[in-house]
Design a protein around this ligand. Structure first.
Ligand SMILES: Cc1ncc(COP(=O)(O)O)c(C=O)c1O
Length: 329
């Protein structure tokens, strides 16, 4: 990957391939094997991270109300709490954000999301696994949901953390594409493929939707180094994906150490602790022991799972700060 990036760097006096043909073709060939649809590059959009593609999808689907003629904005439904950028994407498009609280197990509440559809709904984002709670829905639940969503409402399944999922009941969005023409699946090279700094993500779906998403892209958005590195990372995927097993092993160690009341599902490369109003105190106590976690004040903390040495440090810090006491309070 480094070599491919270095070669591409030598040619950066030229513009990148605006259509990302080599990368889109490579993605189509790779996922053509596990997708329920025969894939060509027309089924694939690439963008500067899956963030860009999700924002483009909102822009492509939703028209904002202009406030002058009194027109009402289109609606985008998404789970909450979830990826912090979703509200920003809705705002950028001028769409009305319809945030649906997670269910009691901190998963996307698909029943409530389907029930929230109105005549103004244009797009529903499903985040699986959900960031930051690390929870998944089942394939059956997703199918029931997709069956109940009207055909003209698009569903974007955000699978940024797909490669870390080990729960066999969790769906692979690509296997559902043939049955749902309104479904598209977003994935990224930022997480399991280790290219976060280069900013490349992709969206797989039906050609009309992919065309609409591409139409609102910034020209030449994915640079040539990122395109080359992403192709090389697909070629090296066996090695890269094998590394997710190491992350999953550390995730299991963390889960095993948690008191039962804090043990939920963890299917991404982070673990969520639902600590409510103890979250800030807990995060500060860990920070004093040089362990930095993401605190969502009044709600919980997200602990990113990394390598064995950092997990050792985390487990020691959990003992020192008294995780069991935090759980009891
Ligand atoms: C749920 C989810 N989706 C999408 C993204 C976007 O990732 P990227 O833009 O790096 O592909 C993130 C990043 O944290 C995320 O958590």
């Amino acid at each position: 990957m480094v070599e491919a990036s270095a070669r591409a760097l030598a040619g950066t006096n030229r513009y990148p391939d605006a259509s990302g043909v080599a990368l889109r073709t490579t993605i189509a060939q790779w996922h053509g094997l596990d997708s329920s649809l025969p894939l060509t590059l027309d089924n694939v959009a690439v963008g500067t991270g899956s963030s860009a593609l999700i924002q483009q999808a909102v822009l492509a689907c939703c028209r904002g109300g202009d406030g002058v003629d009194g027109s009402t904005p289109d609606e985008v439904i998404y789970p909450w709490r979830s990826f912090e950028a979703y509200p920003i994407f809705a705002m950028v498009a001028g769409a009305k954000a319809v945030e649906i609280p997670l269910d009691a197990e901190l998963r996307n509440d698909l029943g409530a999301m389907a029930a929230a559809v109105t005549e103004r709904t244009r797009l529903i984002i499903v985040c699986n696994p959900n960031n930051p709670t690390s929870t998944t829905v089942t394939r059956t639940e997703l199918e029931i949901f997709l069956d109940s969503v009207p055909d003209h409402v698009h569903v974007l399944l955000d699978e940024a953390y797909f490669e870390y999922v080990r729960n066999e009941k969790s769906p692979d969005g690509l296997s559902l594409l043939d049955r749902y023409p309104n479904l598209a699946v977003a994935r990224t090279f930022s997480k399991a493929f280790g290219l976060a700094g280069l900013r490349v993500g992709y969206l797989i779906g039906h050609p009309e939707f992919i065309t609409a998403v591409n139409q609102v892209s910034i020209p030449f958005s994915v640079n040539s180094v990122a395109q080359a590195a992403a192709v090389a990372s697909i070629e090296a995927r066996r090695e890269l994906l094998a590394r997710t097993d190491d992350t999953v092993a550390q995730r299991t160690r963390i889960l095993d150490r948690l008191p039962e009341s804090l043990q939920g599902q963890a299917e991404a490369n982070f673990v969520w602790l639902q600590l409510g109003d103890r979250a800030r105190e807990f995060a500060d106590a860990l920070a004093e022991r040089h362990v930095v976690v993401r605190c969502f004040d009044g709600d919980g903390v997200r602990i990113t799972v990394t390598d064995e040495a950092e997990t050792d440090a985390l487990l020691t810090a959990l003992d020192v700060v008294g995780i069991d006491d935090f759980a009891r309070r």
